[in-house]
Design a protein around this ligand. Structure first.
Ligand code: ARG
Ligand code: GLU
Length: 721
């Protein structure tokens, strides 16, 4: 009897998925079969073949990379796609002027002729993917140096990509997984004739703005719509008025009934970056040094921009897109840092590292491969840390202002001229080109912008100096102490005011008769050139070298972890390749005494309304619909007008715009954010706190039909009642 039970027990565990860690994980579509049982256990009613299939059309044919860092999905057989408002943002801004302000007022094409071509926007569709690990690693062995190894790998990658794109219009790329333990080939079709179809007014599409960003409860109507055009053969083609709407192999049907608490959902899209394998040293550096420095610098910049944006609609439009990006990272790092500390990630990682060290010393084979790796990490990270900080300050402080970016252009030009021994004539030619660019810059927005940009330059450089440079670079400290009475502000003001890059007139004077020597003595060029020598020429090459060493340490460490925890199902870090995350609609408790519901309704929009605060102005037409309760067929079973919902799908930046699908693979929402308390999920996922935020598709349909009156678009879609 006992025996029988044991055998039964052994057999039954054999057939269970090894570990069931639903919710955490971003899975590769090609390997999804392994998750099928778990997905179905969680409520999925379709098969993983319905999600990814190379031989037949599958859901993957409806999902695309939108631009270079978002996701979108087809919702009609005429190439109509939906993504986030914040993903289409820069394209909407590009189509807007103060007189014809689509960003503020919204835009709707009531027929295809009214759609607006978006120059520079691309849509990438995956044709197929393939495990090419053995082909990529052909000729590689443990005796090779990192350099030799990467030379071989690069060569193999080139050959494989060439073969995949020979005689066809596809584009191929190969990406490493698990730090180079595995490689996949991606063969894509890239479309370039993309047109803007619809965008709600900003006060809907960005309702709550940066105040509500990364937070729950949320009421942002974060969607916009575009259409992909192709040539007569349904193939990618550059913009032409003869192009016709693309016919996708698959488009998503919409579940008009929505989902409720507990329901299965999955997110299919392009998550950008996660770093789940980081060691304690790296996480500590992020939480203690990097994030705080970034947050401080961006707070300073945001103060300046926000003041400017509140001054006039023209300035709001001028800075809107850039500020959205700056504010987004700023707020996420605040949440991430708190989350890392709350979860005590550093101690947990240290504990794991101790376990790993013990494990790695048990057999001779393990000793040979893994012993000492944790101390190698420690040593390498202690050398990397200050270099990472110089890189961070270069990007977040030194190059934060347009003034310094323009200075960088001048400096690069001077460097080219000296390196290649340019004749006077060639130098002048380059200077003319640069002047053309600068004149455009100055003409566009110089008057007010110069005050804003000057302040940004001085503020960020001051922080850079006080928190970092004065301890690291003697020359700058001496200069400020001796010549500017120890006042960095006085020095940086001097630099700005006396540089030829601070006005169009001065730039013209300096560049029309360009002299290398003379421009090198310009205070801005001189300052950047000195920093360049320290940061770019000294620190960066060393940083690159150490980063490649760290990567190879991770390659070994991750392989070791997989060996040590052989029963665990691993998933690779996000790397902007197509992934499936799945979970359930789920509320959460952000802190003691507080608990959040899993969905919001239009009531919350009215609760937040405040005509005096830009982020909380409610569009009059929306208020009218609210007052009349004119929601059409889009309410939930309780008669409420749903706006957004949260679920436990593991997502990250890049997943914006991703379709959120129900158990049957029908569209129920559009992913657009994560809850603040869970933003450390890029480093450490926590089922209690990590939630993705999705726009309820019914709210989009309501806006399209009732607010915009764009029935032409509703008719194109396939809505299941
Ligand atoms: N937090 C979201 C994401 O990471 C939305 C960003 C855009 N919205 C904003 N208010 N800046 O991208
Ligand atoms: N808003 C993010 C994006 O643009 C998605 C939110 C997240 O980081 O999870 O991709």
């Amino acid at each position: 009897m006992v025996k029988k039970i044991i055998i039964y027990f052994m057999l039954s565990t054999l057939f269970l998925p090894l570990t069931s860690i639903a919710d955490e994980g971003m899975w590769l579509p090609i390997l999804l079969k392994k998750r099928e049982a778990d997905m179905q256990k969680n409520g999925m009613k379709i098969t993983t073949q319905d999600i990814y299939n190379v031989n037949n059309s599958s859901l993957k044919d409806a999902v695309m990379m939108f631009g270079r860092g978002c996701t979108g999905e087809f919702i009609s057989n005429e190439g109509l796609l939906i993504t986030n408002h914040h993903c289409g943002y820069s394209n909407i801004v590009a189509q807007s002027t103060v007189e014809r302000d689509y960003l503020t007022n919204g835009f709707w094409a009531y027929n295809k002729g009214e759609e607006l071509p978006c120059a520079g926007l691309t849509i990438t569709l995956l044709a197929y993917m393939e495990d090419v690990t053995s082909k990529v690693l052909e000729g590689v062995n443990n005796k090779l140096s990192e350099k030799e190894r990467s030379l071989i790998i690069d060569k193999n990658i080139k050959t494989i990509c060439e073969a995949a794109t020979k005689d066809n219009h596809y584009k191929a790329e190969i990406k490493p997984f698990y730090y180079g333990n595995q490689y996949f080939l991606y063969v894509n079709e890239v479309f370039t004739d993309i047109r803007l179809v619809g965008a709600p007014p900003s006060n809907i599409g960005k309702f709550g703005g940066d105040t509500d960003n990364w937070m729950w409860p949320r009421h942002t109507g974060d969607f916009s719509m575009f259409r992909v055009y192709a040539n007569k053969d349904n193939k990618p083609s550059k913009y032409s008025k003869d192009n016709i709407p693309y016919t996708p192999k698959k488009f998503l049907k919409i579940n008009g009934k929505g989902v409720s608490e507990g329901d299965f959902t999955f997110v299919f899209g392009y998550p950008g970056t996660t770093q789940q394998f980081l060691t304690s040293h790296a996480v500590n550096q992020i939480a203690k040094n990097e994030n705080p420095a970034r947050i401080k610098l961006r707070s300073a910049r945001l103060d300046v921009y926000n003041n400017a944006m509140n001054e006039s609609p023209a300035q709001r439009l001028r800075y809107a897109s850039g500020v959205a990006g700056i504010a987004n990272g700023w707020k996420k790092w605040i949440g991430e840092t708190k989350g890392i500390n709350r979860l005590d990630v550093v101690s947990k990682k240290q504990e794991f590292e101790r376990k790993f060290e013990i494990w790695s010393n048990v057999t001779e084979q393990r000793k040979e491969e893994y012993s000492g790796i944790i101390s190698s990490f420690e040593k390498t990270y202690s050398e990397i840390a200050p270099l990472e900080m110089s890189y961070l300050y270069l990007n977040e402080a030194v190059l934060a202002s347009d003034f310094m970016k323009n200075t960088k252009d001048v400096l690069s030009m001077i460097k080219r001229a000296t390196k290649n021994n340019y004749t006077k004539q060639t130098s002048q030619k380059e200077a003319d080109l640069l002047l053309e660019k600068l004149e455009k810059y100055f003409n566009n927005d110089y008057d007010k912008h110069n005050i804003v940009d000057r302040t940004i330059f001085i503020q960020t450089m001051k922080i850079f100096y006080e928190d970092f440079a004065n301890k690291k670079y003697n020359w700058i400290k001496e200069r400020i102490d001796f010549n500017f009475k120890s006042s960095p502000e006085a020095y940086f003001s001097y630099v700005y005011d006396n540089s030829f890059l601070s006005s169009k007139k001065k730039a013209e004077k300096a560049l029309k008769k360009f002299k290398v020597e003379k421009s090198l003595s310009d205070p801005a060029v001189e300052l950047l050139s000195a920093l360049w020598g320290d940061v770019i020429e000294k620190d960066m090459p060393r940083l690159t070298e150490l980063e490649s060493r760290i990567d190879s340490l991770y390659r070994v460490y991750v392989k070791g972890q997989m060996e040590m925890e052989s029963a665990k199902e691993f998933y690779p870090d996000a790397n902007l390749t197509l992934r499936v995350a799945y979970g359930n609609v789920k509320p959460y408790k952000p802190k003691d005494g507080v608990s959040y519901k899993s969905y919001t309704t239009i009531e919350g929009i009215m609760e937040k309304e405040n005509p005096d605060i830009y982020d909380y102005v409610v569009v009059p037409k929306l208020k009218e619909l609210y007052n009349k309760k004119d929601y059409g067929r889009y309410t939930n079973e309780k008669g409420e007008m749903p706006v957004a919902f949260i679920a436990s799908n593991h997502t990250t930046g890049g997943n914006s715009g991703s379709p959120v699908m129900d158990a049957n693979g029908n569209l129920v929402g559009i992913n657009f954010d994560r809850c603040w308390e869970g933003t450390m999920s890029d480093i450490a996922y926590d089922l209690d706190q990590c939630r993705n935020i999705s726009l309820d598709i019914r709210y989009c349909l309501f806006i399209i039909e009732k607010l915009a009156g764009a029935n032409n678009l509703i008719k194109e879609m396939s809505i299941i009642e």
